[in-house]
Design a binder for this molecule. Structure first.
Ligand SMILES: [Zn+2]
Ligand SMILES: [Zn+2]
Length: 232
């Protein structure tokens, strides 16, 4: 119901649904996050702030997300925006370069997924440095060219990471397997084995770029293979 309210931008009803959920389960942080997402979509940043304050007062915090990767029989753990790794600078530099290659290939950040991280401070920053992206950058830096990258994430992957990793699988020419809280995602050549099942529930169509050389805009459901813009 909340997903449908979000999709059809029926924010009044969305707020009612989220509030009902909160009445039933007042200690569930997920409902607060959902409610604040809906307020944020409606541009009611004052309300977003209010919901966040309630969460702080109640000491409710969404579980911290992290991703692990095994390299040379050692497991490395990354959390969002993590800077604890000794090779942090190298990892961030490589990830920035990787993401700019993805953008050249047609990737654009999925803005709504930023909202899932509302309790975090710097949203744009947060989205760019989600733990799975850091772990993937580290794996690509450290592992031999043939080996697939295998990541385990404790929470559900956000839509933006899912979208970005499709592009990464193409620009880095590598198979990437992410096991998140719900399922395995096997990324190869710009698509994922899950067929975007979990995102299609709130699925929509998206303009991928400003248009090709003929000025034609390409509409593509996110569930499909990514559209790769070829370098001239
Ligand atoms: Zn993410
Ligand atoms: Zn997937």
């Amino acid at each position: 119901m909340l997903g449908a309210c979000k999709m059809h931008k029926n924010l009044d009803l969305g707020v009612q649904v989220a509030e009902q959920l909160l009445n039933v389960e007042p200690e569930n942080p997920g409902h607060y996050v959902m409610l604040s997402n809906i307020y944020a979509l409606a541009g009611r940043m004052d309300r977003v702030e209010m919901v966040r304050n309630v969460m702080i007062q109640k000491c409710l915090k969404k579980q911290v997300g992290y991703s692990t990767i095994e390299v040379d029989h050692k497991t490395y753990l990354f959390s969002m925006g993590d800077k604890s790794h000794p090779e942090t600078n190298e990892i961030y530099r490589y990830l920035d370069e990787l993401m700019s290659r993805c953008r050249e290939a047609g990737y654009a950040a999925v803005p709504e997924s930023v909202l899932h991280e509302l309790e975090e401070e710097e949203r744009e920053f947060a989205l760019r440095y989600h733990s799975e992206k850091l772990a993937i950058a580290f794996g690509l830096l450290k592992m031999s060219h043939e080996a697939p990258i295998r990541i385990i994430k404790n929470l559900r992957m956000c839509e933006d990471c899912h979208w970005a990793i499709k592009y990464i699988s193409v620009v880095a020419n590598r198979e990437i397997i992410v096991r998140d809280k719900l399922r395995f995602h096997h990324f190869k050549d710009g698509s994922c084995s899950c067929l975007d099942y979990c995102f299609l529930i709130i699925g929509d169509l998206e303009i991928l770029d400003a248009g090709d050389s003929n000025g034609q805009k390409s509409f593509q459901p996110r569930g499909s293979h990514v559209h790769i813009r070829k370098a001239k």
